[in-house]
Design a protein around this ligand. Sequence first.
Ligand code: GDP
Length: 140
Amino acid sequence: MAIERTFSIIKPDATRRNLTGAINAKIEGAGLRIVAQKRVKWGKAEAEAFYGVHKERPFFKDLVTFMMSGPIVVQVLEGENAVAKYREVMGATNPANAAPGTIRKEFAESIEANSVHGSDSPENAAIEIGQVFKPDEIVG
Ligand code: GDP
């Protein structure tokens, strides 16, 4: 299977509760390597640009406000089948539907404050990584 990269965010609800290490233990435990990482706080322009695909959805404004509400940790993860593997480790968007042992089942507060983001395809992973990291910030 091909070595892929995917984009990950540890969201404000998780940084607020000091869960960065617990979440990354699950990521690394699944065999994914963190090859880029920074802690940042997004403003309106960054949050709106990142979630632009959802701008017609009723929850867009709330989602942007939530993503600006505290620090986040942005990361690039690398490994075999990384996009699908990380989606599996994250669990379903709504923690009520997430499988046991997943990040969202164990840590998410709600469908919005669901602790993590992960790219949904290799194409979107490349776009999202490029929005946030310069090539020389990724060290595999
Ligand atoms: P993901 O790929 O599993 O993160 O899910 P989506 O791409 O569908 O949604 C992006 C993000 O928007 C989710 O991770 C949630 O933080 C938020 N979100 C999704 N659905 C809802 C909703 O129905 N209500 C609210 N308030 N937020 C939502």
